[in-house]
Design a protein around this ligand. Sequence first.
Ligand code: GLY
Ligand code: MN
Length: 470
Amino acid sequence: MFAKEVYVARRRTLLEKMSQTAPHGSRGIALFIGNVEAAAQYKDNAYKFRQDSSWLYLFGLDIPRYAAVIDLDTAEEMIFADDVEIGDIIWMGPQPSVSSLAAEVGVSRTAPYASLDAVVAKAVSQGRKVHFLPPSRWYNTMKTASLLGIPDAAVAGSSSVNLTKALISMRLVKEACEIEQLDNAGSLGQEMHTVARNNVRLGRIEQEVVGAMEGATLAKGWGVSFPTILTQHGETLHNHLHDKVIEPGKLMVIDAGAENNMHYASDFTRTLPTGGKFTTRQREIYQIVCDANEYGFSLTRPGITYREVHLAVARQMLEGLKALDLVRGDVDEMVNLGIAGLFQPHGLGHNMGLDVHDMEDLGENLVGYDPDQTRSTQLGLGSLRMARRLVPGNVITDEPGIYFIPALIDKWKAEGTDKGFVNYARLESYYDFGGIRLEDDVLVTADGARRTGPDRLPIQPDDVEASMSI
Ligand code: GLY
Ligand code: MN
């Protein structure tokens, strides 16, 4: 956990922000429900516990079955949880009391978990507003429904936009103590990728590489920040199968990150030539993506929107594809028509922090879009999860990619989506190419940006080949 003062200051800031949304006396209460254990097959064989990220941010306690209420009118805070009993101690050993744990995060009042019902019921009976964040897990949804006496289907739509926006505005800007954690998660992620690179050898099964790299992060952190993508079919963006033998002449997309013990994430992608050397055709496309990654980083600074960065990168990638005669015509027109989406049907990046797609549970558009921005419906740009005007403290990914997805190419060709800009005769020879994605994690600083993690993974094609020959 961070120092007590970190959590106290965060909750104070949240309270101040909420105070601006309604007059004193009519602000209501804010309800926070931490995660509970979730049975994998049966109650005593649960999934590895992962605390709710907003709970972690505000209350720090990485323990199941905790909840809290902040009275937005009186500023009173109370944590609800149960002290262990002898039955728990037999299986779990002695545990600190709830009150001592609450004191560690600056909360002085505690009560049994079951008394949350009466506290919320009282607020409801008094006609007070109960603010809560959109729950992502089933238990939290059901618990909220039961506390408020509303149908579970009504919970998501009844969450508090003001509370959600207030928290997003805080979590979007990482504090110094968080940046330290993100660098640590970056270090673990870079170690994972280094282990992976040293294990990508012809004849091995992909799963062996995944096991080795995930073991590296488990040895020093909480685990992976999302299910590892390691595939010779990189044209499938999130391919989670690892059952193939590593064959010569393929491109291996490895998109993987670590979650450290404080639950901060990293997310890196590298694409390796399976035999250690790129073919000429692979190198041509790889260089376009590599340049796009560098260009995206070079543009990243306070004041620019990440939407602008996405579009500038898309433009540069189209220039590269045009030089290879895969597309033809005016590049600006292609950008406007969204032709880049055929090759990169995803956004340039997303926020990162306590979640690898930070705060996506709170609402993609609230998190990633400024009030004056509208999300595009174009393929690719429409998947941009972070479009906002950047400010110092934002942490985002820079992850351009080029993919040759036969089904998508066929569909565009059949439907004329490309408006004549795509050279299908040449493109069809790339059907067996696969895909390339190259991803770094980037912190926006006062005057520019820097990449997180201490040891940037090799990215220039010569450096990648050299690193694979060791
Ligand atoms: N690295 C996985 C993703 O960004 O979706
Ligand atoms: Mn990513």
